[in-house]
Design a protein around this ligand. Sequence first.
Ligand code: GLN
Length: 207
Amino acid sequence: MTSSASNQTVGLLGLQGAFQDHIPHLEALGARWRTVRDAAELEQVDRLIIPGGESTVMARYLKRFSLAEPLRARIEQGMPVWGVCAGSILLAKTVDGRPGILGALSIRILRNAYGRQVDSFQAVLDVPALSLSAFPAVFIRAPKIVEAGDRVEALSWFGKDPVFVRSRSVMATTFHPELGSDPIFHQYFLALPNRAPREFSAPGLPG
Ligand code: GLN
C-alpha cells in the first residue's frame, strides 16, 4: 500500500447508486480511481468509497457478486473506506435494530429516519476538523445515526445527530459531499491512514 494520494487508486463501489458524482472530486485532487464491481476489482484498489443509493439493493448485490466477505476482510485489514448515506448504512454495526452487512463501524443507524415528507433537505454544517463553517450539506432520504460507540469520533452534527463520523480508517457521512463543488471531504478521505479498525473485535451495540 502506498501512502501518497497521487499513488493510490481509489475504488468506487459501482454496483448501484451515485458513484459517478465522486469522479470530478477525485480527479481534481489528482487521485486515480476505478469502479469496483467484484472481488478481483477490489484487489486493484487501495481505498474504497461506498456511494449513496439504495442500501437494500447494494446489500443484495454485495452478496450476489460475492463481494461482501472480501470487502469486510479488506476493511478488517485496514483499507480506508468512506460510506456516503446508503454507504454508511452498509458500514453500520446495527441498522434498524438488526446487524448491518459489513459491521465495520460501531454506529446504530435508522434508515429514512428524517421522515418521508422531507425526502431531501439542505443544512449548513460546521465541521471543525476541516475548518469548515456553514458547509452546505445535502441530505437525501438520509439515515440517522442514533448511537455511536466510544471509539467513534463525531466530526459534525445536524442538531444532536452525528452526521460525519470516523473510526480509524473508516468514515461515514449521512449527507452527500460529492454533490457540492468542494473536494475537501475527498481530500480528508485520501489522507486517512491504512489502519485496522477496532470495531470487529468490539462488543456489539445494543439493538
Ligand atoms: N434511503 C436510502 C437507503 O436506505 C439512502 C439514501 C441515499 O443514499 N441517499 O439506503
